[in-house]
Design a protein around this ligand. Structure first.
Ligand code: CP
Ligand code: NVA
Length: 304
């Protein structure tokens, strides 16, 4: 199999995505039944974090162990990465000592440069522009709860950030619709989101209008990592872009609420919604583990 990276959602095609979702279902069931599945024995994942993480680190680290391999955690503070070693050099060296790499960093360009110099597959564990592993888990969760996402409507409320951009890429590939409502000045940057046409994407000034007809209502923090200096302005600018019960009422009756987490109750979402009956945020978080195990297996040994 030709070496593949997962730097953006559309690095995988529809058939590959579907095979990963099927495999994740199988891996999850096997794991829940305490049945051993060790296809990655002796393989090592290196995880590089230039930003904080709970879910991404835990799910990759435990996932790799559950597949029979091991994971090594590196961060900017206590490796040469924080002392100016060129990313190209780091990629050459790191990729000679492990079998696969996951990186959480700032600009997408950094991970692209790393991948160009890597001998092994590279996975995007979040950049300023994208968060593809999150959307893999989100769509897997939707399929698990409701079946195919094709033709469904996802409503994104708030900041047009890395998670939003990735939903937009996924919509083009898997043929569903995205309603986006952001405050003025925070609209989707179409070029950065790598959209091929705008068929699956509609912008709404009014977040309430955007929620109408939704099968999934989703949001994220108003201030993403790396944008902390804008926090004060953002709290003012996003005040009307909170997902609350009235907004959820406008969505379809069986709509689900999703959030990649961590969440700020009282800011982008009310406690009533995130802790309410339509919220599936804990399943969504757990599925990071199962779907990423399927991704690791696919990138290292191909489809099963
Ligand atoms: N959703 C997500 O990626 O969470 P962490 O920042 O905790 O990894
Ligand atoms: N958009 C958020 C996601 C965190 C998982 C951030 O980039 O900080």
């Amino acid at each position: 199999m030709k070496m593949k990276h997962f730097l953006q959602f559309n690095d995988l095609n529809k058939a590959e995505l579907e095979s990963i979702f099927d495999r994740a279902k199988w891996i999850k069931a096997k794991f829940k039944a305490y049945e051993k599945h060790w296809p990655l024995q002796d393989r090592t994942l290196v995880m590089i974090f230039e930003k904080a993480s709970t879910r991404t680190r835990l799910s990759f680290e435990s996932g790799m162990q559950q597949l029979g391999g091991s994971a090594i955690y590196l961060n900017t503070r206590d490796s040469q990465l924080g002392r100016g070693e060129p990313v190209e050099d780091a990629a050459q060296v790191i990729s000679r000592m492990c079998d696969i790499v996951m990186i959480r960093t700032f600009e997408q360009e950094i991970i692209e440069r790393f991948a160009e110099n890597s001998r092994v597959p590279v996975i995007n564990g979040l950049t300023n522009e994208y968060h593809p592993c999150q959307i893999l888990a989100d769509i897997f969760t939707y399929i698990e709860q409701r079946g195919s996402i094709q033709g469904k409507t996802v409503t994104w409320i708030g900041d047009s950030n890395n998670v939003c951009n990735t939903w937009l890429q996924a919509a083009e590939l898997l043929d569903f619709n995205v309603h986006v409502s952001t405050p003025k000045g925070y609209e989707v940057e179409v070029e950065r989101a790598g959209l091929y046409g705008v068929d699956h994407f509609e912008e709404f000034e009014d977040p309430m209008e955007a929620a109408k007809g939704a099968d999934i209502v989703t949001t994220d923090v108003w201030t993403s990592m790396g944008f902390e200096n804008e926090k004060k302005d953002r709290i003012k600018d996003f005040a009307d872009w909170q997902v609350d019960k009235d907004m959820i009422k406008l969505a379809n009756k069986d709509a689900l609420f999703m959030h990649c987490l961590p969440a700020h109750r009282g800011e982008e979402v009310t406690a009533e919604v995130i802790d309410g009956p339509q919220s599936i945020v804990w399943e969504e978080a757990e599925n990071r583990l199962h779907v990423q195990k399927a991704l690791l297996e696919y990138l290292l040994i191909g489809s099963k």
